[in-house]
Structures are given as C-alpha cells and as structure tokens.
Design a protein around this ligand. Structure first.
Ligand code: SF4
Length: 226
C-alpha cells in the first residue's frame, strides 16, 4: 500500500486520537513545562490548576510568593522541588523584566531570531520548546516537534533516523516544511497528534502497532524498536 502523505497522516490521526488542551500563552506554556518533573499529562494539568488556584498565573504573584506558598506545590511535582521553586522565580523575573511585564507582546515585537533567543533564556526551554511556544501562541507558524512525535514521524517513514537527536530533529522539521502545510493551526495539530501517537502506541521501547491507527500504512508496523 502507498504511504499516505503527511497531510493525510495528520487527518487520520485527528479522526482517531483525542488530545487534551494545553496552554497557548507563552508565559503559561513556560510555567506548564516547569510545573513538575517527569510527570504525565493529567498530573501536569492537575498541578498547573493547583498552582493557578494557590498562586495565580501571574509573574508578579509568583515573584511575591514566599517559600511557604511555593514549596508545597513544588513538592507535589516530583524530585528536586527546591530547583523547581527557583525556576518559577526565574521565569517570573525574566517575564517581569520585559516591557510592561508582558512576554507575549515582547515576543511579538522582536525579530524571530531574537524572540527565539529570549525564550531560550527560560528554564528547560531549548530550540524545540522555543519553536513550540512561537507556534502555539500564533507568533510564528514554523514547524515544531517533541521527542515522541519525532520518533513516530521517523517510523512512519517521513525522514531517515540520524546519528544524533539534533540532526534527526532538523530532518523531521524539514519533512514538515516540505510535506506539511505552512499554517499555524495545521502545524499545531501535527505537533500534538504526532506526540499523542508517540506516547500512546508508537512508544520508544515497544510500539503497540496492533492498536495504532497508522498500522495499515506504516512501513515500520510490527517493528519492535528503531
Ligand atoms: S504502526 Fe507501529 S511503528 Fe508504525 S506508527 Fe504505529 S506504532 Fe509506530
């Protein structure tokens, strides 16, 4: 069977997978990434909501909060809670250092390369995370992927796996540019749906091809690992 196009793949995934909503505002996206350590999506949502209730999704409120308010929340998010408290304060400090304390406006006013560089000053935000924020916030409709989506895209045959993660990431992004749509909504769907595929069936150690909606057309179906 001929492999479907990338646009057809995303359409198939959209029919079969459900993706929980995530924040799309830059400051909230950064806080979301830093809310816990190695936690699954439902737990991340639970902690994020608890943080909103206890502190507020407001950099000034985070900066003003004491250890007694932040530490109990950080302890609910896994290992190294002290590091997490420091990271929350760093996030608040960087956002408050922007004009008007408004990260979203600051990013929109910068050339893309500088917006990306600003995002990478935040804890745990590297190139893929910066691209994701710019995409989800509607600032720059450039492709982005995370590790689960990248793995699924490789197994589906859209790019050959490379020797390093960086090179694989570049190859995957090139595939999205070449075969996808230069449209923010489509690219956001592609990011989230490929991630969901990688997390639910196209798992790193052992893909569950029998339960995968792409199994009939996937060149690596039934392959147990890359
Ligand atoms: S069929 Fe298997 S290898 Fe292919 S995308 Fe699905 S889980 Fe991954």
């Amino acid at each position: 069977m001929t492999r479907p196009s990338l646009i057809e793949v995303v359409a198939i995934l959209k029919r079969h997978l459900t993706v929980a909503p995530v924040p799309t505002e830059p400051f909230q996206m950064i806080l979301w990434e830093n809310i816990g350590y190695l936690i699954d999506d439902p737990r991340r949502r639970e902690l994020f909501n608890a943080f909103e209730t206890a502190i507020g999704l407001d950099p000034a409120a985070i900066a003003a909060a004491g250890d007694g308010e932040l530490a109990p929340l950080a302890k609910r998010g896994g290992m190294r809670p002290e590091t997490r408290v420091e990271r929350w304060r760093t996030i608040a400090r960087i956002v408050l250092s922007q004009p008007g304390g408004d990260l979203d406006s600051a990013l929109r006013g910068l050339p893309l390369v500088k917006a990306r560089a600003l995002l990478k000053t935040f804890p745990v935000i590297a190139d893929p995370g910066a691209d994701k924020i710019l995409l989800f916030a509607g600032i720059a409709p450039r492709p982005a992927l995370e590790s689960n989506g990248l793995r699924a895209l490789a197994r589906l045959g859209f790019f050959p796996e490379q020797a390093s993660y960086d090179r694989s990431y570049k190859a995957a992004i090139a595939a999205l540019v070449e075969d996808g749509q230069a449209d923010g909504a489509w690219l956001t769907d592609a990011h989230q749906l490929l991630r969901e595929l990688g997390k639910t069936t196209c798992k790193r150690g052992e893909p569950i091809c029998a339960a995968c909606p792409m199994e009939p057309v996937c060149p690596k179906a039934a392959v147990k690992a890359l």
